[in-house]
Design a protein around this ligand. Structure first.
Ligand SMILES: Nc1nc2c(c(=O)[nH]1)N[C@H]1C(S)=C(S)[C@@H](COP(=O)(O)O)O[C@H]1N2
Ligand SMILES: [Mo]
Length: 407
C-alpha cells in the first residue's frame, strides 16, 4: 500500500518535471531568439509572435510550480540523503522564480516605470545566461545515453580491475565525464555571456563596426559641438544602448545625406549635409527608454528642436500629424502636432559632444524623451506634415500607439 502510494508520488513528480522541462526549453528558445539582434532584421513580424508566445508560455510555466508546491515538503524529505539532488532542486527553483518574477515585471513594465524594468531586465538576462547552460548540462547528464556511457565506462573499469588494481575509484571517472560536459557547455556559452556582460563591465568595444568609414571621413564639415555639449552638461550618459535596426544599416555620408521637411507646410525645405550642419542647434539632457526594458540616462543631445523646424516651415491648419521617415527606407513613425511641439522633442545630431554614430541612428535621429524609443526614428531624413494618423513601424506590428513612458 505504502509502496504504491510512493510510486504514484514519484510518477506525478516525474510528470511535472517533464512539463517543466518542455516549457523551459520553449522559453529558452524563444527568449534567445528575442535577444538576438540579427533576428530583428530578418523577420520583424514573426518577432511579435515570438514575443507574445514567450509571454504566454511564461504565464503557463507558473503552473508546474503551483502544482509542485504542495509536494515540495515530501519531495525534500525523500531527497534527505541526496545532497546533490537537493542542491540541484534549490538552484533550479531559484532560477525559475527569478525568471518568473522578472518576466512578470517586464510584461507589465508600464506599471512599474523604467528603473524597476531595467533591474528586472538585468535579472532576466542573467538568469537566462545561467539557466540555459544549466538546463543543457542537466538534460545531457540525466539523459539515457549519457548514463549508458557512464555505466559502460564503469564496467570497463571493473573488468580491468580484475587484472590490475588501479588507484582511481569509479566515481572519479564519472565526475570527469560530467566535468568535461560542464566545461564544454561553459565554453560554448562564454562568448554570449561575455557579450552580455560587456556593457556592465564597461569594456570598450573596438571602433564602430558599422558604416565602414570613421565618422570624420564620412562627414565633412564636422559639426562643432556647442560648449554645453563638450564636455557634456549631463556629465556623460549612464547605461548602454542596445543597437536596434530592422534593416541592414544604411550607409550614410555627406554625399548621400539629405534632410527634407514637406507635406502640409508653406515652406517645404531640403538641406544637404553642409547646409544642415549650419542650422542652429540646442543642447538638452534627457533619458532614453526602450519598451523592452533597458534605459540610458543623462544623455546630452545636441540638435535642432523639432518645434523650431516646424515653426519655420509654417504648418497648414489642416495638418494633424507629423510623419517621420528613415533613410533605411522602411522605418517610419508619427506624432500628433501637439506631441511634436513639445520642447524636448529634438532632431539630434550629437550625442555627448560627438556626431551620433551610424549604429546609434546617426548622423541625424529623432529624440522623443517622454515616449518609448520606438518613436525615436533613427537615420531620420524626412519629416512630412499629414492630415491623418500614421501608424508607425512597430505599432503596426503590435506595439502600443500610446508610447508615453510612465515616469
Ligand atoms: N530606423 C529605425 N529607427 C529605430 C529603430 C529601428 O529599428 N530602425 N528601432 C527603435 C527602437 S525600438 C529603439 S529602442 C531605438 C533604439 O535606438 P538605438 O539602436 O540607437 O539604441 O531606436 C528606435 N528607432
Ligand atoms: Mo525599443
Amino acid at each position: 500500500m505504502f509502496y504504491k502510494k510512493q510510486k504514484k508520488f514519484g510518477q506525478s513528480l516525474k510528470q511535472l518535471h517533464h512539463w517543466n522541462a518542455l516549457l523551459c526549453t520553449f522559453l529558452a528558445l524563444t527568449g534567445l531568439i528575442l535577444v538576438s539582434s540579427e533576428f530583428r532584421q530578418w523577420l520583424p513580424q514573426v518577432r511579435i509572435w515570438v514575443k507574445d508566445s514567450h509571454i504566454w508560455m511564461g504565464f503557463i510555466s507558473i503552473l508546474p510550480l503551483v502544482f509542485y508546491r504542495p509536494k515540495m515538503i515530501k519531495h525534500l524529505r525523500t531527497l534527505r540523503k541526496r545532497k546533490n539532488n537537493r542542491m540541484n532542486l534549490y538552484v533550479v527553483l531559484s532560477i525559475l522564480i527569478a525568471l518568473l518574477i522578472s518576466g512578470l515585471i517586464l510584461t507589465f513594465q508600464r506599471n512599474f516605470g523604467p528603473g524597476i524594468s531595467a533591474f528586472a531586465l538585468i535579472v532576466h538576462d542573467m538568469m537566462t545566461w545561467i539557466g540555459v547552460p544549466y538546463l543543457i548540462y542537466h538534460s545531457i547528464t540525466r539523459s539515457g545515453w549519457f548514463k549508458a556511457i557512464e555505466k559502460r565506462r564503469a564496467e570497463e573499469k571493473q573488468n580491468k580491475r580484475m587484472v590490475i588494481e588501479e588507484g582511481n575509484p569509479i566515481m572519479n571517472r564519472r565526475t570527469l565525464l560530467r566535468r568535461g560536459t560542464g566545461v564544454g557547455i561553459v565554453l560554448v556559452f562564454t562568448p554570449f555571456i561575455y557579450q552580455w556582460l560587456k556593457p556592465y563591465l564597461s569594456i570598450p568595444s573596438p571602433s564602430e563596426p558599422s558604416s565602414g568609414l570613421p565618422l570624420t571621413e564620412a562627414f565633412s564639415p564636422m559639426p562643432t559641438p556647442a560648449p554645453k555639449s563638450k564636455p557634456p552638461i549631463g556629465g556623460g550618459r549612464n547605461g548602454e544602448f542596445r543597437y536596434y535596426t530592422v534593416t541592414p544599416m544604411p550607409t550614410i555620408n555627406d554625399d548621400n545625406f539629405s534632410f527634407t521637411i514637406d507635406g502640409l507646410v508653406d515652406n517645404s525645405a531640403s538641406w544637404n549635409w553642409e547646409e544642415f550642419v549650419n542650422l542652429s542647434r540646442e543642447v538638452q539632457v534627457s533619458n532614453f527608454y526602450c519598451v523592452t526594458g533597458w534605459s540610458v540616462y543623462d544623455v546630452t543631445w545636441e540638435g535642432i528642436k523639432l518645434k523650431d523646424l516646424l515653426d519655420q516651415a509654417v504648418i497648414h491648419s489642416n495638418a494633424t500629424h507629423v510623419k517621420f521617415y528613415s533613410q533605411d527606407g522602411v522605418y517610419t513613425d508619427s506624432l500628433t502636432i501637439d506631441q511634436a511641439m513639445q520642447e524636448d522633442v529634438m532632431v539630434a545630431m550629437l550625442i555627448d559632444g560627438q556626431l551620433i554614430p551610424n549604429r546609434n541612428g546617426g548622423p541625424v535621429r529623432l529624440i522623443v524623451p517622454k515616449m518609448y524609443a520606438y518613436k525615436s526614428v533613427k537615420w531620420l531624413n524626412r519629416i512630412e506634415l499629414i492630415d491623418e494618423e500614421h501608424i508607425g513601424y512597430w505599432e503596426q506590428r503590435g506595439y502600443s500607439t500610446d508610447a508615453w513612458v510612465n515616469l
